[in-house]
Design a protein around this ligand. Structure first.
Ligand code: PMP
Length: 396
């Protein structure tokens, strides 16, 4: 194979036009009045803004504030690392606070992969992760996901047939885009395969805490007792993506390597924001606020699903999620989706085509779409479906 000598920046930028609709929000030009069912934003109404107010007052009126404006330790302020570690059931030395989930993924990739390495990924996949692989020039190998996450039987067959990945990437809970959740027995089998064949598992779990059933999902990451699992997480979906605070949990043996890597890359995450997050998550109202947000998302998911079913009837098949921000749907027949998408934009609604979540071959994703219910109010979800249906009827 000819070595890829392009800079990381050229790799990152060159790939974009191929997947234009996704991956660079600034490239999408929404028309005025258009209903966006494409994004991964939380509902601003569901964010705990009252807790922010109290936490900001506590912080700015207390002694910790001035110190939080200094350089703080690369792996994070000790009190937040400890809070995360207790929640995850691991030693605090294994926790590194990051500047959001994307940063955690970049660290995980830089810390485990070299140019030319193979990494197994979900198919369909969270597309920005593919861009992260471009940082090092690693190659994604797709394995299908179903309602129960990545297909471990297929993975085992491929490993037995000689596949030797350096790592595996999956979104284990309420997968983006297709909504499935990996049960514990599959997570365990994955960890066993990782041991047997010597690869690292990257679990990217930003939707774990937005389950529709209060208390329905264990908030710990899976298989952290394995020394092959790196868990990546973020406060983006629960406290807001503009906050840019997340974390990774790394195996004990890799902790020092990752702290040094993090230190050299970009030093630290804002101490002031970490102190703020700490004061929010420690408030006794926080668990109830999280649970209420999840219940609200569940209500919106059902409203979107009902609107789609009542408009499209038998023509649509919807994967019913139990958490997260997205419905994954398939329209039967062989509708021209490029045209449907353009017509829908003319009608004033934007969605993500399933093909944009392909790793390479996208034939199995034709006719699929990811519709986000998290951000829009219920009336806008229903109106968005009306517009989508009008676009679909024009296909003839
Ligand atoms: N992983 C997945 C699967 C996501 O959906 C997202 C957000 N869209 C992220 C990671 C990145 O989260 P953050 O905004 O904290 O960078």
């Amino acid at each position: 194979m000819v070595p890829d000598t392009r800079t990381a920046a050229s790799r990152l930028l060159e790939q974009l036009p191929a997947r234009q609709g996704f991956g660079d929000a600034t490239l999408i030009k929404h028309r005025p009045g258009s209903i966006d069912l494409g994004g991964g934003n939380p509902d601003v109404e569901a964010l705990p803004t009252a807790l922010y107010r109290d936490a900001a007052r506590d912080l700015t009126e207390g002694d910790a504030f001035a110190a939080s404006l200094r350089y703080v330790p690369a792996p994070g302020i000790p009190a937040l690392r400890t809070w995360i570690a207790e929640r995850e059931g691991v030693d605090a030395e294994r926790v590194i606070v990051t500047t959001g989930g994307a940063h955690g993924l970049a660290l995980a990739v830089l810390g485990t992969l070299d140019a030319g390495d193979e990494i197994v990924v979900d198919d369909p996949v969270y597309p920005l992760f593919l861009r992260t692989l471009d940082l090092v020039g690693a190659h994604p190998v797709p394995i299908r996901v179903d309602a129960h996450g990545i297909d471990v039987d297929e993975l085992e067959r491929r490993l037995l047939a000689g596949l030797r990945p350096k790592a595996l990437f999956t979104v284990p809970t309420f997968q983006n885009p297709s909504g499935g959740t990996l049960p514990d027995d599959r997570a365990r089998r994955l960890a066993e395969l990782a041991d047997r064949f010597g690869f690292t598992i990257i679990f990217d779990d930003p939707y774990r805490e937005v389950g529709f059933e209060p208390g329905g999902v264990d908030v710990r990451s899976r298989q952290l007792d394995s020394d092959r699992v790196i868990a990546v997480n973020t406060f983006s979906k629960t406290l807001g993506p503009a906050l840019r605070v997340g974390w990774i949990v790394v195996p004990e043996a890799l902790a020092e390597r990752f702290v040094r890597l993090r230190n050299r890359l970009d030093g630290l995450t804002s101490g002031t924001l970490q102190e703020l997050v700490l004061r929010i998550v420690q408030r006794q109202e926080y668990p109830a606020a999280l649970a209420a947000a999840g219940v609200g998302y569940g209500r919106k998911a059902r409203a979107l699903q009902q609107a789609l079913e009542s408009r499209f009837g038998d023509a649509i098949e919807i994967t019913e999620p139990s958490g997260g921000f997205f419905l994954w749907a398939r329209l039967h027949g062989d509708a021209d989706f490029a045209r449907l998408h353009a017509l829908a934009q003319d009608e004033g609604v934007f969605f993500q085509r399933g093909e944009w979540f392909a790793v390479d071959d996208d034939a199995h994703l034709r006719g699929t779409m990811r519709l986000s219910f998290s951000e829009q109010p219920t009336e806008a979800l229903v109106e968005g479906v009306e517009r989508l249906h009008r676009a679909w009827r024009q296909l003839g």
